[in-house]
Design a protein around this ligand. Structure first.
Ligand code: CLF
Ligand code: SF4
Length: 499
């Protein structure tokens, strides 16, 4: 039985299929057609789509109505952006012009989001004027917004009227005792509220807003910032609360609290979680709900595929240089049809590989790091990778479980040894790293660290290659050629792949 929006009780509710549908790598077979239509080319709501489709943000909403302890208002809203980033603010008119310019240059840009630099709904006039202008000039683009939720309940009818199908609420707590450690104040009904009262109003408004979105048939994603020692364990309760109110997807993001960003947490030594702590919490929540693991904490003026940033190509100055921008709807459609054909091809290749997996019996699970520029292929040089996508592979399949940002190894023609150490530390729980190409030096160092550098699948599909590698790996372990050891921080297998 397929899930419909009406009976959606949050991700992970088995709609009879036994496997939950939302967010991550689900396909059309797992969900009702009206939900699939909404998520199939939304790079944040579908992990699978994020390899193929791009989003852009326009920074039209400068004001905010609350204060978060992880935010310095000199920078963009940290609920949906990397801390420490300042976006170029736009008027709604400039924003519409920018959308046209990006859409005509990047035909796979399918989603326009408003995510700051303050709170989208603390600036309703600017936010909705922007949506109105964009839906007139670029009717095929999906509209999306992100909010702290304080102003949400009264604005749900407006959101519906403007055909905004995707709303993100950042919910960090459902208990005011936890909330008062995160929010020093809110501004509500012309009054500044502090402490526990502020947190109580905020949580009530957020949960009410979520329920109203669900009843209006609008997909709601929940972002939560994981703050060790403050809300890390509590987020399991948050997860249950949002799931029971119909949230579609839960995205737990790590707190980033560098002292130089000047936030309350940063200046007071509050640390963020490690990648392992984050994954453990996401895994703990996933029993009940599918988790978003491909978020890149993008900027309020982000442009491009998640993980790439093309905002510098579309500055206001460059936009003003263009006299006329043509919006060719047919050309966009034709390009997206090609993307869909490639996507189907990828799914067929994965399914073929999975069919052969039926003969493999093993409890082994390995992680594989992948250098990719998008399209679901292994198409990036090791030295040019700014991040590695991480896949967990077992007889159950190849599942995207996150990404690790790294410093560029290749610095204009030569390899940076220090950078290589950082990369090895970032992926030291992976059995292999898949790349399009790699030089001799880093290859030797990776092998010495027990990570198998693999360029044999260059330009092939990631999942199909990961499954093929896994089958070979299991066979080599069974034949005694390799010894499998679960990898982790404490168990780095030195020299397992040394030549
Ligand atoms: Fe933007 Fe957010 Fe819409 Fe996506 S981002 S408003 S839902 S279109 Fe996406 Fe970026 Fe993560 Fe946000 S990766 S920070 S979840
Ligand atoms: Fe900053 Fe966003 Fe929090 Fe407002 S909601 S204080 S802009 S992080």
């Amino acid at each position: 039985m397929k899930q419909t929006l009406a009976d959606h009780q949050g991700c992970g509710t088995s709609g009879g299929s036994g496997k939950s549908s939302c967010g991550s790598s689900a396909g059309p077979a797992d969900m009702a057609p009206e939900i699939w239509e909404k998520v199939k080319n939304h790079p944040c709501y579908s992990e699978e789509a994020h390899h193929h489709y791009a989003r852009m943000h326009v920074a039209v909403a400068p004001a905010c109505n609350i204060q978060c302890n992880y935010c310095n208002r000199k920078y963009d809203c940290a609920n949906e952006s990397r801390p420490g980033v300042v976006s170029e603010k736009l008027t709604p008119e400039q924003a519409a012009r920018k959308v046209l310019a990006v859409a005509s240059t990047i035909p796979q840009m399918t989603v326009l989001g408003i995510a700051g630099p303050g709170d989208s709904l603390a600036n309703p006039a600017k936010t909705f004027e922007t949506f109105e202008r964009i839906s007139k000039v670029a009717p095929d683009i999906k509209l999306c917004l992100s909010t702290n939720g304080l102003a949400l309940p009264e604005l749900v009818p407006m959101i519906k009227n403007y055909n905004v199908d995707h709303v993100t609420i950042t919910i960090n707590m459902v208990d005011p005792e936890v909330g008062e450690q995160i929010y020093p104040w809110i501004f509500y009904k012309n009054k500044r509220w502090k402490g526990r009262d502020a947190a109580r109003i905020l949580t009530e408004r957020q949960l009410e807003g979520l329920e109203l979105l669900t009843s209006a048939g609008i997909l709601a994603k929940i972002n939560s910032v994981m703050i060790p020692g403050i809300n890390d364990q509590h987020l399991i309760e948050v997860n249950k609360a949002v799931k029971s109110r119909g949230a579609f997807l839960h995205n737990i993001m790590p707190l980033i609290s560098e002292a130089e960003h000047g936030t309350y947490f940063g200046l007071n030594g509050q640390r963020g979680p490690t990648a392992q702590e984050l994954k453990a919490l996401q895994d703990a929540c996933e029993g009940d709900m599918n988790m978003m693991r491909h978020c890149r904490q993008c900027r309020a003026d982000a442009v491009g595929l998640l993980g790439e940033d093309r905002s510098a190509e579309f500055t206001l100055e460059k936009l003003m240089e263009k006299t006329e921008i043509e919006y060719d709807l047919e050309a966009r459609k034709a390009y997206q049809e090609l993307v869909e054909a490639e996507r189907q091809d990828k799914v067929a290749a994965r399914e073929k590989e999975m069919a052969e997996m039926a003969s493999v019996e093993s409890d082994t699970k390995i992680l594989i790091a992948v250098a990719t520029k998008g399209g679901g292929r292994i198409n990036e040089h090791f030295g040019h990778a700014k991040e590695f996508q991480i896949y967990e592979v077992s007889t159950a399949g190849a599942k995207f479980v996150g990404h690790r940002r790294v410093d560029l190894y290749c610095q204009g023609g030569y390899g940076e040894e220090e950078g290589l150490d950082t990369i090895i530390r970032a992926i030291n729980d992976c059995t292999a790293v898949f790349v399009a190409k790699i030089g001799g030096c880093p290859k030797n160092d990776l092998q010495a660290a027990g990570i198998d550098p693999v360029d044999a699948y260059a330009f092939e599909y990631i999942e199909q290659s990961a499954l093929a590698y896994f089958k070979d790996y299991v066979a080599r372990v069974e034949s005694g050629e390799l010894v499998h050891t679960a990898r982790g921080d404490a168990q780095i297998r030195q020299g397992a792949f040394a030549a």
